[in-house]
Design a protein around this ligand. Structure first.
Ligand SMILES: NC(=O)c1ccc[n+]([C@@H]2O[C@H](COP(=O)([O-])OP(=O)(O)OC[C@H]3O[C@@H](n4cnc5c(N)ncnc54)[C@H](O)[C@@H]3O)[C@@H](O)[C@H]2O)c1
Length: 379
């Protein structure tokens, strides 16, 4: 077993999901020849980062990401910080010759994303962006069904990502906890945070997006800012809906909001082809709904396929428990770590790569520009 020394930067929500992935991957993917070693975790607050290191068993800590990147004993840098720091860290890590796993969205905007792609491609380092929903077994299986040509010509792609946690207008913006509500840290609101996931999955399943027309809304116009202590204008999009044309001629319809009372993280998509349709829902993530028009007429209807079989036909599931038992959200990160290590071992390009994530970033940018200008925008 060869060590793969991980340097984690940022130890919030994603820092935990990724660390869990590194810890569990070899137990469930015994064929891998590399073992992630939790070499160092970096955070700005020394006391808190030490607490995290103790709890999750990192060997050491750093309080400046530059010191972590400068270390010879780090092979791979994992960027789990807010979006406005991804570019600077990734470019420095690439120059230092580190492999890079970066959280999504890739960057604040395409200009930053292009510099990142240039830096990692020049350095020739292994890279991936954590669009983890590609590795929900049901979503991976949707990709397989589409690649097998079962849908025929695709007419429609529809996706939603709905939440309700910012309805309260007394919720502040900015700072450590609420950076997502501040465009200076996040780049945008639901477009970069939630729709970016929907767009990544859509491009993967249905190909590139050609052009878009969008509307955004900011329902609460001012919020107290945690850093200034004053009421400041809200600079993010609270909600976004857009229409698009895919290169394959199909039509897309996307919606995201943090104002859909009752929904916490409802990511759904549906694809309608001439022969079959596919539907998926994050709240029931182990099921794939499938309708096949070629079924015998009297039995034709939506099937709800429980993705848990072990005969190799249902992706990833033979790695886990016994047929019939579910896995969940955290497993998507274990799968991404496993696939990243496999890509290092086989030399195959890991997807989604930085370049893939740049395409998503360009769609997000076109969406925001379309909403601002009330016009169609080419991607
Ligand atoms: N793949 C997914 O489904 C998913 C889900 C949530 C978040 N994300 C992405 O992950 C990233 C982090 O989000 P999160 O929810 O974990 O945020 P979080 O606020 O929970 O954690 C961010 C961490 O970064 C640290 N940090 C901030 N600036 C830093 C700096 N300069 N140096 C070192 N550490 C710094 C913070 O202290 C904190 O530990 C974002 O890019 C976000 O868009 C992706």
């Amino acid at each position: 077993m060869k060590p793969l020394n991980i340097g984690l930067i940022g130890y919030g929500f994603m820092g935990r999901t990724h660390t869990n992935g590194y810890k569990r991957v070899n137990d469930f993917f015994p064929e891998l020849k590399h073992r992630p070693i939790l070499k160092a975790v970096c955070g700005r607050n020394e006391e808190k980062v030490k607490e995290f290191a103790d709890q999750w068993q990192y060997e050491s800590t750093e309080s400046d990401w530059r010191d972590l990147i400068a270390r010879d004993d780090i092979d791979a840098v994992d960027i789990c910080t807010p979006n406005n720091s991804h570019a600077e860290i990734a470019i420095a890590a690439a120059k230092a010759g580190k492999m890079i796993l970066c959280e999504k969205p890739l960057a604040l905007n395409p200009a930053e994303g292009e510099k990142m792609v240039e830096a990692i491609e020049k350095a020739g380092v292994a890279n991936t962006v954590w669009y983890n929903y590609r590795r929900v077994p049901a979503v991976t299986m949707a990709k397989q069904l589409i690649d097998e040509g079962r849908l025929g010509r695709v007419f429609h792609y529809r996706a939603n990502f709905l939440q309700d946690w910012t309805i309260n207008e007394d919720l502040p913006q900015g700072g450590a906890a609420l950076w997502r509500l501040d465009a200076a840290a996040a780049g945008s609101g639901v477009t970069g945070d939630l729709l970016a996931h929907c767009i990544d999955t859509a491009i993967w399943l249905n190909g590139s997006i050609k052009d878009v027309t969008a509307m955004t809304e900011t329902f609460v116009k001012e919020r107290m800012h945690n850093e200034t202590g004053k009421k400041e204008p809200v600079t993010i999009d609270d909600a976004c809906a857009f229409l698009c044309h895919f290169q394959n001629g199909s039509l897309g319809l996307f919606e995201s909001t943090r104002y859909a009372r009752g929904h916490k993280a409802l990511y759904t998509f549906e694809i309608n082809g001439e022969n079959a349709s596919i539907r998926w829902d994050l709240h029931d993530l182990h099921r794939l709904e499938y309708f096949d028009h070629n079924d015998e007429g009297k039995l034709r209807g939506w099937r709800s396929i429980h993705i848990s079989d072990h005969d190799g036909s249902q992706p990833y599931m033979d790695k886990w428990w016994v047929p019939g038992l579910n896995i969940g959200y955290e497993h998507t990160f274990v799968h991404q770590v496993a696939d990243f290590i496999k890509s290092i071992e086989t030399g195959e390009t890991m997807r989604p790569s930085f370049r893939d994530a740049l395409e998503t970033q360009r769609v997000c940018d076109a969406v925001l520009k379309s909403a601002a200008s009330h016009t169609w925008k080419n991607v």
